[in-house]
Design a protein around this ligand. Structure first.
Ligand SMILES: [Mg+2]
Length: 437
């Protein structure tokens, strides 16, 4: 190749996109390598012994069957390690047999991993890599509501993130699940009332929800049927799941009541909108402290928390306790301030900002200033209510505090639910980025 470097460029003025590539790092390091055949032979023998050991580890024996789920988890970690090391091809037959054995049983034992995101994602990854059809968004995809109602905000990931903020402790995995589904459902209902349904359609829907009976589905327009079905179905699922896992049969009915109440208040908003009525601040808050959904979502969190949420705890929630009202007020007011920016262009329900401006004949900036004072006072209420002793278990009351903290994060810069870009980094940081150790 040397002669090439001696060649003079024929066209010295030609501008070429020269890469100026750096030379090889390795020199003769590998080309002068000689093989120690004796050592190679010794290693090969050791490898054969180790191979047999690994093959044994990849078989589900009687001991493993007795240990059930933990044995399955260990095998999955082993398969993943072999694949990452690039040696799984040596055990292809054993791995395939093992996965074939494990897959049908996965449904039975997967719930024990709900506290352990690593194990859930590991099983998902390995099964999918081997061609097993394991659903990634178990129930959200199954609902398939997006194809029926494309107008809704698709925020399943955000909803799970929010649920983690409210009930982050490992033992409350069921609460996160119930809360996520409840959030998605109420978000669909909110968009249906605010951003799609006509007055007449919404009247039908309001009536059907008050009946809470699958037979009422016939009276609904076609696009509303899957929504209604999903609403009733998730409640049946909650009931069965909470009965099976916690032996509790009283809690889900409180959630049903909470949905009915929110829908009644959505209906009031629909009436106001049709009449073009700008309500007083007091009228607005009385209705909007329900439609803001904090009472409903707190009920959902309690449902998922199991036996700690006694019937008395649910009755306490229904009694409009001061801390819950303060939490709802904060959410309502932050939401009003932020969403009045995005909803201005279209016909929308009147926000607290509009009510305040009209009632007190002040400018938008002045109204927002006054509303911020309401938030400050509500925080004082919350801090006082968190003092011991609390009316119900403090572990439950903390959820109301967590919701309030969450609203501050989601609505800090804009309506972070409608425009989720601001929260994207937090979600990636929590679920994807590992913490350097
Ligand atoms: Mg709404």
């Amino acid at each position: 190749m040397d002669h090439l470097s001696l060649e003079k460029p024929t066209m010295p003025d030609t501008l070429r996109p020269l890469g100026n590539f750096t030379p090889s790092l390795w020199g003769d390091r590998f080309s002068s390598f000689t093989l120690d055949t004796q050592l190679l032979e010794k290693c090969s023998k050791e490898v054969e012994v180790l191979k047999e050991e690994v093959k044994d580890m990849l078989v589900l024996d009687n001991d493993d069957v007795g240990r059930g789920k933990s044995a399955g988890a260990e095998k999955m970690v082993l398969i993943d390690a072999l694949e990452r090391l690039g040696v799984s091809y040596l055990f292809q037959k054993e791995i395939e047999e093992l996965l074939e054995n494990m897959f049908p049983k996965f449904e039975e034992y997967c719930h024990v991993f709900h506290d352990n995101l690593f194990m859930v994602s590991l099983h998902f990854r390995v099964f999918r890599r081997h061609g097993y059809d394991l659903s990634s968004g178990k129930w959200w995809k199954e609902w398939d509501l997006r194809s029926h109602i494309p107008y809704v905000r698709d925020r399943a990931v955000e909803c799970f993130f929010y649920s983690t903020a409210v009930c982050f402790e490992p033992q409350y995995s069921l609460a996160r699940l119930v809360l996520t589904k409840a959030m998605i459902m109420i978000s669909i209902l909110d968009d249906t009332y605010d951003a799609y349904g006509t007055y007449e359609e919404l009247k039908c829907f309001t009536n059907a929800v008050q009946r809470w009976d699958m037979n009422a589905i016939d009276q609904l327009p076609k696009y509303m049927k899957p929504i209604y079905k999903a609403l009733l179905n998730i409640h049946d699922e909650f009931y069965q799941e909470i009965m099976a896992k916690k032996g509790i049969n009283y809690s889900v009915q409180y959630l049903e009541e909470a949905y009915k109440e929110v829908i009644r208040c959505y209906d009031v908003e629909t009436e106001w909108l049709k009449k073009g009525y700008v309500q007083t601040m007091e009228e607005h808050l009385a209705n909007a402290l329900v439609t803001v959904t904090s009472p409903l979502l707190t009920t959902a969190a309690f449902v998922g928390m199991g036996e700690i949420a006694t019937p008395e705890a649910f009755q306490w929630l229904q009694s409009q306790p001061r801390i819950l009202m303060a939490c709802s007020t904060i959410f309502r007011v932050i939401n009003d301030i932020q969403s009045c920016k995005t909803e201005d262009e279209r016909s929308h329900v009147t926000t607290g900002v509009d009510c305040y401006m009209k009632q007190y004949a002040v400018s938008r900036a002045e109204a927002i200033g006054e509303l911020l004072k309401i938030i400050e006072n509500a925080w004082i209420d919350i801090n006082e209510e968190m003092m011991r002793p609390t009316m119900i278990s403090r572990d439950l009351v903390i959820r109301v505090l967590n919701f309030t903290r969450l609203y501050g994060v989601v609505y800090k810069y804009n309506d972070g639910y409608t425009q989720p870009e601001c929260g994207k980094d937090s979600i990636i940081a929590l679920y994807e980025d590992s913490i350097p150790i």
